[in-house]
Design a binder for this molecule. Sequence first.
Ligand code: ADE
Ligand code: ZN
Length: 333
Amino acid sequence: MDIKELISVLPKAELHLHIEGSFEPELMFEIAERNKVSIPYKSVEEVRDAYSFHNLQSFLDIYYAGASVLLKEVDFYDMTMAYLKRCYEDHVVHTEIFFDPQTHTDRGVPFEVVFKGIKNALDEGEKKYGITSKMIMCFLRHLSEEEAFKTLEMAKPFKDNIIAVGLDSSEVGHPPAKFQKVFDEARSQGYLTVAHAGEEGPPDYIWQALDLLKVKRIDHGVRALEDEKLMDIIIRERIPLTVCPLSNLKLCVVDDLRKHNLKKMLDRGVCVTINSDDPSYFGGYMNQNFLETSKALNLNKSDLIQIAKNSFEASFMDDKEKEHWIEKCNQVQ
Ligand code: ADE
Ligand code: ZN
């Protein structure tokens, strides 16, 4: 079996995926038309041409503009179903998706519309494709902690279907410490916590995410290697890193995939996983991330199996489900 085939037959869990980042330009045009909203592009090609980024912020500006055509429950449903079809094609059997309520509620779209559109699609995805899922609600870190508290309040009626809260958007200048109180409150309400840290921001932000926000996983975390003490803890406590190689390349976190530190971290025993982040914008879904990373870093068969197993270990599934999928990974020859 060659590497490509191995990647396609390995069961995988995706743990770092912004549902708004799976919004393909074709669907964006279709929804813009049916909602009678205009977008500043003449064609799908023109949209794709605009997807050239030099850092996180240059991407976020376009990402928030793209999401602005989403108005109705069916829009969120269609976007999520399209992503689940790609999961099915890539043998992603479990996905824990991020959604950004503030991107929508700030435009007057009710929380309930966003939530129900996504949740109904996830339920349908389980029936149609057998894909299990969890929802993670992210706070936009460029907004205030007070705004995050309002979002937490809006989520109350839907709380039982949201496993965790997370932290995303512009990292530098918005440290995890800014959200300590709202994360305390979220944990007291029963949410698990995760946070983007160490994508562009320094290792200190990863420390803050662990010590102040008590996160179960670090999203990205690729700058952890700059701090040996931090690496010790991440390895010893098996704190998972949800790494997104094609995202790191497109946002110039690395200038060449061959220089990515994923293999170094894997070899040191870090629980690293591979994920697609915003696949519509970064040129690939799960298997494309696996494939391009494998080629660039010469990952071998046992590396790939280990990364797939890590994805289940790091997931918020219960222990029985984790064991089931880890065993399935072990059976792949
Ligand atoms: N929102 C969507 N993708 C993101 C990323 N890679 N980092 C921070 N915020 C995001
Ligand atoms: Zn992300």
